[in-house]
Design a protein around this ligand. Structure first.
Ligand SMILES: O=C(O)c1ccccc1NCC(=O)[C@H](O)[C@H](O)COP(=O)(O)O
Length: 273
């Protein structure tokens, strides 16, 4: 039976084929190679293990989700991104998937023009075209979801992203997926506590898997942050960064929220040391 993730990926492929008819891969490559160099998302998220002294926040611009429907009316993603940056977000994630999340590359362009922090193009990457597209639109980091890709795709897409100067957030949800991410030499590994096949959110998944990730890799806890208790839980369980969508887009003071999450994370990390 097809899962939610299968359906999303099928829609992503269809939409991408339509974009390919408007902008060829050759044209996209020219644009990507002419773009300003990518910012260092690895360093922004803490860099080498010895330098990681606080919890970093990846703040997401997320309009809608398959699990919750419409989350927020984001009239101006650029001004939301400025609030995220002012609050201290290390990286801003922009969901560009159209059908299920109501995102777009126009959102990514608007955010790129408004802030200088590294940007994650948050999409369901299934084709190298999307990687060239991410770079052409100013992204610094892309998402690869292990559950959607073969080992060779994982390796090839990671290599291409690195060649273009970008970092890769490799997303996992199980022990086996972490082993595959490590084998692909991922340097930034996310554990998404949302099961993308069932949409269940189980925050305990993070603590059960984070310890399997090698110390050199940056560990990102993805999804399920609703308040400071969740932040403290993830930081105490080994997160170097958290990826937060819903809690920020549905808050009237996202800047203050990010500062609050950063402080809660720092306290939990200090207690862990
Ligand atoms: O958010 C969903 O419902 C969803 C469903 C299917 C595939 C992916 C989905 N979300 C992508 C994400 O991983 C989240 O946007 C991200 O981790 C932030 O999560 P949250 O803070 O819980 O909004």
């Amino acid at each position: 039976m097809a899962t939610v993730l299968d359906d999303i990926n099928a829609g992503v492929r269809e939409d991408m084929e339509a974009r390919k008819r408007l902008v060829s891969l050759a044209e996209l490559k020219e644009r990507a190679l002419a773009a300003a160099p990518a910012r260092d998302a690895w360093a922004a998220l803490g860099g080498p293990a010895a330098l990681r002294d606080e919890l970093k926040v990846i703040a997401e611009i997320k309009r809608r989700s398959p699990s919750k429907g419409d989350l927020a009316t984001i009239v101006d993603p650029a001004s939301l991104a400025v609030q995220y940056a002012d609050g201290g977000a290390a990286v801003i994630s922009v969901l560009t998937e159209k059908r299920r999340f109501n995102g777009s590359l126009a959102d990514l362009d608007a955010v790129r023009a408004s802030v200088d922090v590294p940007l994650l193009r948050k999409d369901f990457t299934v084709d190298e075209y999307q990687i060239w597209e991410a770079r052409a639109h100013g992204a610094d980091l892309i998402l690869l979801i292990v559950a959607s890709l073969s080992d060779s795709e994982l390796r090839d897409f990671s290599a291409l992203s690195r060649e273009l100067g970008m970092n890769v957030l490799v997303e996992t949800h199980t022990e086996e997926e972490i082993a595959r991410a490590v084998a692909a030499e991922a340097r930034i590994i996310g554990v998404n506590v949302r099961n993308l096949k069932t949409l269940d959110v189980d925050r305990s998944v993070f603590a059960s898997l984070a310890g399997l990730i090698p110390a050199e890799a940056l560990v990102v806890a993805e999804s399920g942050v609703r308040g400071v208790d969740d932040v403290s839980h993830y930081a105490a369980s080994g997160a170097n960064a958290i990826l937060v969508g819903e809690a920020l887009v549905s808050d009237s003071t996202p800047r203050e929220r990010i500062a609050e999450f950063t402080a809660a994370g720092a306290a939990a990390i200090a207690a862990r040391a």
